[in-house]
Ligand binder design. Structure first.
Ligand SMILES: Cc1ncc(COP(=O)(O)O)c(C=O)c1O
Length: 397
């Protein structure tokens, strides 16, 4: 059957593709070390799971309002108050994960031909989500710290620029914009009336004791910003599929209407579990424990990779990813296989040393592979040892 032009143009997610290849190898009994996970390796905290079970026992097994439960919207609004942002529950739309919130956002605000600025490296789904809204992704090159400056953004500004996607902290780099950098970008967006789609899904996973403010909290920005967040990463709830957007009222209403026809409400039980995630005091300790483990792993990775002769990295301040520069081996061969770029690198490394990484090309950064440290310290130690051996063998063959 002939596909619509729109769907024929969508590429499948490269991160999910590598994860499933690594999983298939594991199933065959191969000892694969996977650095490709895009989700916390911890289970959802027990009290959140209990809240889900209780929701079922209490009979919360029916539809909720299409844009989400009022109880959950209120709990989300209270979270925003903690970062100096006031939203009415009606300005919040709860969806099937933050990815769905991003999809709804783009459908609600983008017109055909609108240009959307996307700093590189970017999360894989942004360009596809922009294209699905008939808009045009415009990639913005960044410097060594992977953070876009106003000068970088200005270089790509045209009369068609409608929006900017800002990810803070970033997947895939873990880079974090600080207050001053956000202030500059906010002033630029206000001056040019650029909508900011601010993806803050990793805002609780930061390791330098400074939580970045939301760009929505700067002068003139609240009416120009749609803040995206969710339960997936902060509370180890990826499978529950709860994300949300906070937006100007007309945008939130449009997103709610769209969702009411496309998917109706996100899973009712998962919404109640998320109420517990946001309101139960026990969540704070679980988050602290998870952050502590991520920080230890990040630090170990930084120490170990700095000692590697043929790899380099950019220090991540948050999320659970690190971009590792492996371009030293580009142009080399390994067991007769040519390594031309990150795609070859990830493929040969997986097949030869059973280590799964995500090729940087998926994020618009071909010199790198992305390593996720959402895996055990034992796996990290073994995986980095194999990576180092691979690099040396490729270079010194
Ligand atoms: C930057 C970023 N935004 C959004 C998402 C989507 O999150 P969810 O699982 O809630 O759809 C992810 C997941 O990997 C992500 O890394």
């Amino acid at each position: 059957m002939k596909l619509s032009k729109k769907c024929a143009a969508v590429s499948p997610s490269m991160t999910l593709a590598i994860t499933s290849k690594a999983k298939a190898m594991k199933k065959q009994g191969i000892n694969v070390i996977s650095f490709s996970a895009g989700e916390p390796d911890f289970n959802t905290p027990q009290h959140i799971m209990d809240a889900g079970k209780k929701a079922m026992d209490d009979g919360y097994t029916k539809y909720t309002p299409a844009s989400g439960l009022l109880e959950l919207k209120k709990a989300i609004a209270d979270e925003f108050v903690k970062i100096d942002l006031q939203y009415e529950p009606s300005q919040i739309v709860v969806s099937n994960g933050a990815k769905h919130s991003l999809f709804n956002t783009m459908q609600a605000v983008l017109e055909a031909g609108d240009e959307v600025l996307i700093p590189q490296p970017y999360w894989v789904s942004y360009p596809e989500l922009v294209k699905l809204a008939d808009a045009v992704p415009v990639f913005v090159e960044t410097g060594d710290d992977f953070l876009a400056t106003v000068a970088d953004l200005k270089a790509k500004l045209t009369s068609k620029t409608k929006a900017l996607i800002l990810t803070n902290p970033s997947n895939p780099t873990g880079a974090i914009y600080n207050k001053e950098q956000l202030e500059d970008i906010a002033a630029f967006c206000v001056a040019n009336q650029i909508i900011v789609i601010s993806d803050e899904i990793y805002d609780k996973l930061v390791y330098e004791d400074v939580c970045p403010p939301s760009i929505a909290s700067f002068d003139g920005m609240k009416d120009l910003t749609i803040v995206i967040n969710g339960a997936s990463k902060a509370y180890a709830m990826t499978g529950w599929r709860i994300g949300w957007a906070a937006a100007p009222q007309n945008v939130a209403s449009a997103m709610g209407a769209l969702q009411s026809h496309a998917t109706s409400n996100p899973n009712t039980i998962a919404q109640w579990a998320t109420v517990a995630a946001l309101t139960d005091n026990r969540t704070m300790q679980c988050s602290k424990d998870m952050n502590k483990a991520f920080k230890q792993r990040r630090n170990y990775m930084m120490e170990t990779i700095s000692e590697m002769k043929y790899a380099d990295y950019v220090q991540p301040g948050g999320a659970f990813y690190m971009m590792v520069d492996v371009s030293a081996v580009f142009g080399k061969q390994y067991n007769g296989r040519q390594i031309q770029g990150s795609l070859d690198f990830s493929d040969v490394l997986l097949e030869e040393k059973y280590v799964a990484t995500v090729p940087g090309i998926a994020f618009g950064a071909d010199n790198y592979v992305r390593l996720s440290y959402a895996t055990s310290m034992d796996n990290i130690k073994e995986g980095l040892m194999r990576l180092d051996t691979f690099l040396k063998e490729a270079m010194e063959a």
